[in-house]
Write a protein that binds this ligand. Structure first.
Ligand code: XMP
Length: 430
């Protein structure tokens, strides 16, 4: 392993990913790592001081710990300002070639071997999970999203029957999603799956609630309640598996970086859930999680699923949710996804979905006046979801989607395409 030392740089993850893409495992660790912590890490071959020593973070000067300098390991300081401590040599002269530089440091100075790949990762994790869990039982909230699906597939390989998955259908999932979870995990992979159709319960709690944040809170809190109720029905569970991934940990705040956003998986669990955590993906980046899913044999449309918010269609059925508009969101979303797939856009556009507002407009259908809801189409590209640009969709495709939605989705007589980038709009409408 090569350690990337966090000295407050913003590109720690970039370097860690770059090393992994060279086939060498890497992890990011805090600048004040102790000798004991360093020793506990498996097979460390070198350390990258990313950002150089003596960095100032929030007005405080920080440096790598003594343990790092005294480790005897090859050290490489990535320094943008050019201050080099006396015991380090400037190498190479041209710091612009990050990839070549990293390659030279990794393979020549550290003599690391390019033997990190998904097959090894899976084999290691299976062993580690078996060691951690023994013959005890593990519970997993399986949402059908990429991360929890990959965890489920991995744990099924590792501990099979000792795993119980709970899939809570909150009634705000996309068309066919709950069915796919049951089909893939219960029927194809033979998992112990508890399927809870809590749609009515969620819709009941959400009835008449128009405020977006209130809707989110209700959905989140109710989700935990349903999950806890199901967990209490099961005997002898000692472990809770989670689809925590590396960016969840990094973005939840390090010693040098401020928290970007709190992640549900990191710290969002109720304190009284008395389980030990099993988090086999916590060191993987998102693209690595997908590669892991592919290697485990999960279907492509599950592994390359576009991001989907936890509150699901609940924040795309604007204002107070009604069954009629919720169905309009679900059906129009299914048409949009189908047409994007037909046009070869699946996996090429970052996120695309439909929104149904809570107002109607006048139209004409079968020579008579209609008064129905519009459907808004949204298709955006982004790297980190902090900013987003609009996908310039083909006009004929837009016309086809409009034709299908206005003829196949009951209660809809108009289709709009949202051209607003983020900022000023957000990706979702609520
Ligand atoms: P916004 O609308 O903030 O969305 O530009 C950025 C990304 O986050 C997703 N999103 C959510 N995901 N719970 C989630 O798990 C939420 O409440 C939520 N709100 C937005 C959104 O789909 C987009 O990918």
């Amino acid at each position: 392993m090569i350690v990337v030392l966090d000295l407050g740089s913003e590109d720690n993850t970039l370097i860690a990913r770059e090393l992994r893409s060279l086939g060498v495992y890497s992890e990011i660790h805090p600048h004040d790592i102790t000798a004991a912590q360093l020793k506990a890490l498996p097979n460390v071959r070198g350390i990258i001081l990313n950002g150089g020593p003596n960095r100032v973070v929030d007005g405080v000067s920080i440096d790598a710990s003594k343990a790092v300098y005294e480790s005897g390991l090859p050290l490489f300081a990535v320094d943008h300002k050019g201050q080099i401590p006396q015991n380090l040599e400037r190498w190479p002269k041209d710091a612009g070639q990050l990839r070549d530089t990293l390659r030279a440091f990794t393979f020549e100075a550290c003599k690391a071997q390019a033997n990190w790949n998904m097959e090894n990762f899976i084999a290691d994790q299976i062993e580690l999970v078996r060691e951690q869990v023994g013959d005890k039982k593990v519970l997993l909230a399986l949402s059908g999203g990429v991360d929890s699906s990959v965890v489920a597939a991995l744990l099924l390989k590792a501990i099979g029957d000792q795993l119980t998955c709970v899939h809570v259908n909150h009634g705000l999932l996309r068309k066919g999603e709950a069915e796919q979870v049951v089909e893939v995990f219960q029927k194809q992979l033979g998992a112990n799956l508890v399927y809870v159709d809590a749609s009515e319960r969620f819709l009941g709690k959400l009835a008449g609630v128009a405020d977006p944040e209130q809707k989110r809170k209700i959905i989140g809190a109710e989700f935990i309640r349903v999950f806890e109720e199901e967990a209490r029905k099961l005997d002898g569970i000692e472990f809770l598996a989670q689809g925590t991934i590396y960016p969840d940990i990094v973005e939840s705040g390090t010693k040098t970086a401020k928290m970007v956003k709190s992640h549900h998986n990191v710290g969002g669990l109720p304190d009284d859930l008395q389980f030990e955590l099993v988090e086999p993906l916590k060191m993987l980046f998102k693209d690595e999680v997908r590669a892991c899913g592919v290697a485990l044999g999960l279907p492509d449309n599950m592994v390359y699923r576009q991001p989907f918010p936890g509150p699901g269609l609940g924040v795309r059925c604007l204002g107070a949710i009604t069954r009629e508009r919720l169905e309009a969101v679900r059906e129009s979303d299914a048409i949009l996804r189908e047409e994007f797939a037909n046009a070869g856009l699946q996996g090429k556009v970052w996120q695309y979905f439909t929104v149904v507002p809570d107002f109607k407009s006048v139209g004409v259908r079968d020579n008579a006046r209609s008064f129905e809801y519009p459907v808004i189409l949204r298709a955006v590209n982004t790297i980190d979801a902090m900013t987003a640009s609009i996908e310039p969709l083909d006009w004929a495709l837009l016309e086809k989607i409009t034709q299908r939605i206005t003829h196949e989705v009951p209660g809809v007589n108009r289709v709009l395409y949202d051209l607003t980038p983020k900022p000023v709009g957000t990706i979702e409408w609520e």
